[in-house]
Design a protein around this ligand. Structure first.
Ligand SMILES: Nc1ncnc2c1ncn2[C@@H]1O[C@H](COP(=O)(O)OP(=O)(O)OP(=O)(O)O)[C@@H](O)[C@H]1O
Ligand SMILES: [Mg+2]
Length: 286
């Protein structure tokens, strides 16, 4: 076994701790890699991760589009984007001839644009049922703007319905946030099965970009045990960056800002910046 001083510190996933280098500047922008944030379990940190990863990538000079794909509109709210009396993702799905720029709104964070959603999107399932090629509608919408961005993040709703299948069909990669809590792994087999089906039938090149442990509390044995189980199940697909549990996240959401702006020095902001660097180092993002 390597001595501690040879090995350096060990991270919470049991691997040597890497800080990941500051990403190089990009010469130009696009085409975007599209990543869906997906888990049909509710409240695991999909939206929080979409907001803060988007802001962190934008901070490193990447042009980012965050797509709110949940009728609850939490991503839009968390970035302070109004969702009423304004075109939303629903309008783009309903009329694929419509210019997506109609619905794209710049956020207060430089380099970060948003396509908002509101409760209208809950009607999309019904509308899409009778559409031809209904699984590829989001893909057709995003294709029109992907040349302008380096990364497009799609915040999925907690379900494996037609909207999530659309997100997976449109995406190059999928990121699965898992809460370090009881039952974290319950239902994940079904999610992996859904991704496999989408790969078989609709999107042969979709990759698992990583499993992200969220709401980790290193002081509890329970949290550490859950993370161990997640690493047993997913091995190196578990991202080294782990997001700790802190009330700063709900606080930041209320303020309508990413945590990187609400509390930039806080460990939680630093964790999302590190996640952005890790995904760039892994090649998941340019
Ligand atoms: N690391 C964290 N520590 C503490 N609270 C967190 C953390 N991440 C997210 N939260 C809080 O937990 C709640 C659920 O998070 P979030 O909305 O990101 O999950 P979600 O998976 O998008 O949920 P849904 O399935 O309902 O869309 C929110 O109130 C959020 O502020
Ligand atoms: Mg959400």
């Amino acid at each position: 076994m390597a001595k501690k001083d040879e090995q350096g510190p060990i991270g919470p996933t049991g691997r040597p701790y890497h800080g990941f280098p500051t990403p190089p500047k990009l010469d130009g922008h696009g085409p975007a890699r599209i990543i869906a944030l997906c888990n049909q379990k509710g409240g695991v940190g999909k939206t929080t991760t979409t907001i803060n990863l988007a802001a962190s990538l934008a901070n490193y000079g990447r042009r980012v589009l965050a797509v709110d794909f949940d009728p609850q509109g939490a991503l839009s709210a968390g970035l302070g984007i109004p969702t009423h009396d304004t075109p939303t993702i629903y309008d783009l799905l309903l009329d694929t001839k419509r210019d997506p720029h109609d619905a794209i709104v710049p956020s207060a964070t430089p380099n970060l644009d948003v396509i908002p959603a509101n409760i209208d999107l809950s009607a999309a399932e019904v509308h899409l049922v009778n559409e031809v090629a209904r699984e590829t509608i989001l893909s057709r919408v995003l294709r029109k703007v992907s040349g302008e961005y380096d990364v497009i993040l799609v915040d999925c709703q907690p379900s494996l319905g037609i909207l999530t299948v659309n997100a997976l069909t449109a995406s190059h990669g999928v990121l699965i946030p898992l809460e370090c809590e009881f039952f974290a792994l319950r239902g994940v087999a079904l999610l992996i099965e859904t991704i496999d089906k989408v790969r078989d039938r609709l999107n042969p090149s979709i990759e698992l970009d990583g499993v992200l442990a969220t709401m980790y509390d290193p002081r509890t044995l329970h949290s550490r045990e859950v993370l161990e189980r997640v690493v047993e199940a997913f091995g190196d697909d578990v991202l080294e960056t782990v997001i700790g549990r802190t009330v700063k996240f709900p606080d930041a959401s209320v303020s309508g800002k990413p945590i990187t702006e609400y509390a930039p020095e806080h460990a939680a902001a630093q964790a999302y910046l590190r996640l952005a660097r890790e995904l760039i180092a892994r090649g998941a993002v340019a």
